[in-house]
Unconditional design. Structure first.
Length: 252
């Protein structure tokens, strides 16, 4: 990742994670782990990150890509990306109508975004439109089965529709894309051991603090700040048990 310029950080929204906040480190590293795993698909490519958020992921992809376009609808976010990450070409626009020519990019990256969209099929159709033949769509999204277990509606108020692995695969195929990879991100050995030491899930412990407004227990804060990208793994086994669904699809 290139060095971020000294600019004002984006405010926390309760949904978007940002780098450099101790209490956010678990979520930041979890998202960063997915970017690092998918970055190999971006080598030498013209990449659109559709819904780039704070910009740290687009900046990471820019290490090896030829060009990275960071697109976000929010004006403040687009200005922040332009100021903080000079390797990213920041754009402001709507994901429902991507402001790019047809067949103009090699890769569309959409990490932790599709669950926010009302018209997911329409968005995927736009991705197909802007991808060149042979181009790839990279998607990650919270696994509905583990993120909002036993519910038809998301627990997270910022989400419109969450997807199980099979549901994301169906959407991708219906859009006319060929699924190359369907996997999930999950805790690696150290995080699984950490869950045991905490006497429960590190995720549930963080949610409990956020909901209650209580001070962070020192042991939990130390555990959260110790998390690194290496603490997560991506696997094609037992998809329904994964934390985040990871899909790579190709435009024929």
């Amino acid at each position: 990742m290139t060095t971020q310029r000294s600019v004002e950080p984006l405010p926390l929204t309760g949904e978007r994670t940002v780098p450099g906040v101790a209490q956010e480190n678990y979520w930041f590293r979890r998202h960063e782990a997915a970017y690092r795993a998918l970055a190999r698909y971006c080598a030498g490519a013209v990449v659109l990150e559709a819904g780039c958020g704070e910009g740290y992921g687009a900046d990471l992809l820019a290490r090896d890509a030829a060009v990275v376009l960071g697109l976000d609808y929010d004006e403040l976010t687009a200005r922040h990306v332009a100021a903080a990450y000079p390797a990213v070409k920041a754009l402001r626009g709507n994901l429902a109508a991507l402001p790019l020519r047809s067949a103009s990019v090699d890769v569309v990256a959409n990490l932790q975004v599709i669950e926010h969209l009302w018209d997911q099929a329409g968005f995927l159709a736009e991705c197909v439109r802007v991808l060149r033949p042979g181009g790839r769509l990279l998607v990650t999204t919270p696994n509905r089965i583990t993120f909002s277990p036993g519910r038809d509606t998301p627990l997270n108020p910022f989400h419109t529709r969450e997807l199980a692995p099979a549901e994301l695969a169906e959407l991708v195929r219906e859009a006319g894309l060929e699924l190359e990879l369907l996997a999930t991100l999950r805790h690696g050995p150290r995080l699984r051991a950490l869950d045991e030491r905490l006497g429960g899930s590190i995720i549930d412990a963080q949610v409990e603090v956020a909901v209650s407004g209580a001070p962070w227990p020192p042991a939990l804060l130390a555990a959260v700040t110790s998390v690194t990208c290496a603490d997560f793994e991506i696997s094609t086994a037992e998809l329904d048990a994964g934390l985040d669904v990871v899909a790579v699809a190709v435009r024929p």
